[in-house]
Design a protein around this ligand. Structure first.
Ligand SMILES: [Zn+2]
Ligand SMILES: [Zn+2]
Length: 178
């Protein structure tokens, strides 16, 4: 969504809209297109202008579909994010404006009379995706020997490779924590 800055009314804009999976795919770098997808993202935000600075305050909600990096199962990442941005015209000196913005504001630029809200929304979604996606913290992954999904079934490879002394040590560590 592109916003014509000079058309923002005095008391700001209240926006509510959604974007679909196609939109998301087109913004993703090519090598990540198979890795992430989503059906829909809901956004609500306000855009205010004070002189040349834009203040954007918003919230978005979506679920990103991906693959668990341990067990390779399909998994969903729920994304709920609130965000704040302050944008200044690209031609201005950044350092002067930086003093004015509080720490929790992301700073950025806009060019000419147009602000591209899509870029900010996309950035916010990507920030919420962990570097290593896992289906759950306790995911056991695939057996490195036979490739079986250890969440769903078990195999004998693991048991053979664990040294008994190590197992005793592990138990000891758990007890010591309590
Ligand atoms: Zn997993
Ligand atoms: Zn195995």
């Amino acid at each position: 969504m592109k916003i014509i800055i000079s058309s923002i009314p005095e008391d700001g804009l209240n926006l509510q809209f959604h974007k679909d999976g196609q939109w998301f795919q087109e913004l993703l770098p090519e090598k990540e297109r198979n890795e992430f997808s989503l059906q829909r993202v809901d956004v609500s935000c306000t855009v205010k202008r004070m002189r040349e600075t834009l203040f954007i305050n918003g919230r978005l909600e979506t679920a990103v579909a991906s693959t668990c990096s341990r067990c390779l199962d399909a998994t969903g990442i729920p994304v709920e994010s609130t965000f704040k941005y302050s944008l200044v015209p690209a031609k201005e000196r950044f350092s002067e404006e930086k003093e004015l913005s509080s720490e929790d504001l992301e700073s950025g630029f806009y060019r000419e009379d147009v602000m591209d809200l899509d870029g900010l929304i996309f950035e916010q979604i990507m920030l919420q995706i962990p570097i290593k996606v896992i289906c759950k913290a306790t995911c056991k992954g695939l057996c490195p020997h036979c490739g079986i999904n250890l969440n769903a079934s078990s195999c004998d490879c693991q048991a053979e490779s664990i040294d008994e002394r190590l197992a005793v040590l592990k138990q000891f560590a758990v007890k010591a924590k309590k």
